[in-house]
Structures are given as C-alpha cells and as structure tokens.
Design a protein. Structure first.
Length: 105
C-alpha cells in the first residue's frame, strides 16, 4: 500500500487533541493517525495498539510513488483523476509514437 505521510507537529497535535471526537495523543508516545480506509487495508482496529513496519521503496522515483499513492487514495475523486492522468499520459505516448512513425514513413 502506498500513501503520503505528514509529520505530526505541535499544531496538528493541538488541533487533534482539541476535538471531542478523538482520543488525545500523548506527546511522548509514537502515534499514527489514519482514517478508516487505511485502517481497514492494514487490518488495524480503531484506538488499538498495533505493530506496523513502514518503508520507503528504494530505486522508485518520487513521481511513481506519488502516482501509486493517488491511485490508492481513499477519496474517489483523487483516484479517478489519477487514473485519468495515467491513461492520458499513455495515450499521449501512443500519439507521439504514431506521429514519429508517420514522419519516418
């Protein structure tokens, strides 16, 4: 699973802890905030401790990682636009190749 990660800074923690709909995050403990979409994909229960391993794939360009994160994003509008972008780029390459072939012949 690919996703983007944001660092939990003091401002985020204060806003998150200020809500009456969330469990407070203690400053000295490591924590991850994830919505139901990601929790379900990871098999993690809400408000439970879990052991997870994360890694940044080596030798994969950042643009590829960003596209993969967008394609598996919880928001359907983001997924749709990412898929349309990939299709558009592929069709652009096909058009470029056909143009080059027509010039050569």
């Amino acid at each position: 699973m690919y996703c983007e990660v944001l660092v939990m800074d003091v401002n985020f923690r204060a806003a998150y802890n200020g809500s009456n709909k969330t469990v407070s995050i203690q400053e000295q403990l490591p924590a991850i905030v994830a919505n139901a979409w990601y929790r379900q994909k990871l098999g993690v229960e809400k408000n439970q401790e879990s052991t997870l391993e994360f890694s940044i794939p080596k030798y994969v360009p950042q643009i590829v990682r960003q596209i993969r994160a967008a394609i598996s994003h919880p928001d359907s509008a983001v997924r749709l636009s990412a898929n349309l972008a990939v299709i558009s780029v592929a069709l652009g390459f096909v058009g470029l190749l056909l143009g080059i072939v027509s010039i050569i012949k």
